[in-house]
Design a binder for this molecule. Sequence first.
Ligand code: TRP
Length: 332
Amino acid sequence: MVQTIVSGIRPTGNLHLGNYYGTIISFLKMQKKEYNCYFFIADLHSLTTHTDPKILYSNVRNVISECIACGLDHEKVVIYVQSDIPEITQLYLLLNMLAPISELKKTVSFKEKIRKNPDNINAGLFTYPVLMASDILILNADYVPVGEDQKQHLELTRNYASRFNSRYNVKFFKQPTCILNNEKLIKIPGLDGSQKMGKSDKNCIYLIDRHEIVEKKIRSAITDNGPIGENTPKTKCIKNLFAILQAVSSPDVFAYYDNLWVTGATKWYSDLKGQLVEDIVKVTDPICKRINDIRDNDAFLCKVIKDGAEKAREIAKKTLRKVKELMGFKYF
Ligand code: TRP
């Protein structure tokens, strides 16, 4: 039987190089294989932190345009928006009864979010993993490609699936397996010396950034004063630039600059940055052009979103009907 893969992305802003190399590329590889692929925009999950309706609306459309521009093929992958599938939210309520508070309290992402957002600790944030489990279980997924930070959520999904099966004495839900995106792929760090490229202007390069902007951002990326001798370990900020170089440039270009570091040469950071700009733009420029075309084609976007919702709902309806039946909700 063909196996199912489900993954989602929160529409909290434009996609950047980190999203591209971390999430999108792995999904592009999977769409070529024999899987039923589902890829959705997790707009309900965004609501836990981003609530402006206008921004949410345009972010959803932007992220879909960007994913398609990167090569996600709506003919091979079902692309949809989470809130268009009401069965997900119904299953979410039912799964809440299988989610002990003690377990949710231990979620690292929850602790982190309340630390960052002490003024908006809502129940949606607390039950975020239950909604994520509904996304996955409503399609009875076999595999879920996610980043390391989502691994714990997947563990909870597996717990809910097995609790459901044992409570109702059935073998209904599968145990979805987590595929870690960043094992083989390059993790793109921030330009400000931080470990991960995040959605803030100073530390990330968006796929839609034009040449001048990429130039400006790379030129102002933090560096050090150069290697202090031969064969010294790279400093954090230089390591970051090299990680990006490894992703965007050819192996010989990477080896050339790596050798400059190893031999302790000085005064080549400006060249390195020039090279980075050139090679980043080579990756992003064609994507950027496609993004603009897709975003302007309203009829096309609407059709992709509507068709995707129909296809995903077909499965979702069946799952929910069966779940309710197993739980005793079938009165006529
Ligand atoms: N929580 C994920 C993230 O922030 C997004 C997401 C929501 C997701 N539901 C999902 C990913 C289901 C995979 C499967 O990255």
